[in-house]
Design a protein around this ligand. Structure first.
Ligand code: HEC
Length: 62
């Protein structure tokens, strides 16, 4: 939330901190049927439902 300053984003995917954390994920990867877009957090963050986004639990599906 600190990365926002006084801005109010419409989408979590526009939050600078979130964008920065995903800049290495290529748009081609996001287009995969198993993912769709960056807003599909739980496609890659296997523990997203528990609110856990640690990199240890990231699995990018094929
Ligand atoms: C295409 C797969 C993918 C999707 C979809 C995705 N992420 Fe990520 N996320 C990653 C990868 C890869 C990293 C970087 C892991 C690393 O640092 O090695 C990451 C990192 C993060 C981090 C930082 C974790 C850390 O320990 O530094 C957060 C927070 C995060 N994602 C939240 C989200 C949220 C919220 C969403 C949904 C709006 C989302 N992610 C969607 C793949 C994804």
């Amino acid at each position: 939330m600190r990365s926002l300053g006084s801005r109010a984003p419409l989408r979590i995917t526009k939050v600078p901190y979130i964008q920065e954390k995903h800049h290495e994920v290529s748009p081609n990867v996001l287009k995969r049927e198993s993912i769709g877009s960056l807003s599909n957090c739980s496609a890659c963050h296997t523990t997203a439902e528990k609110g856990i986004y640690e990199d240890d639990y990231v699995v990018i599906p094929r």
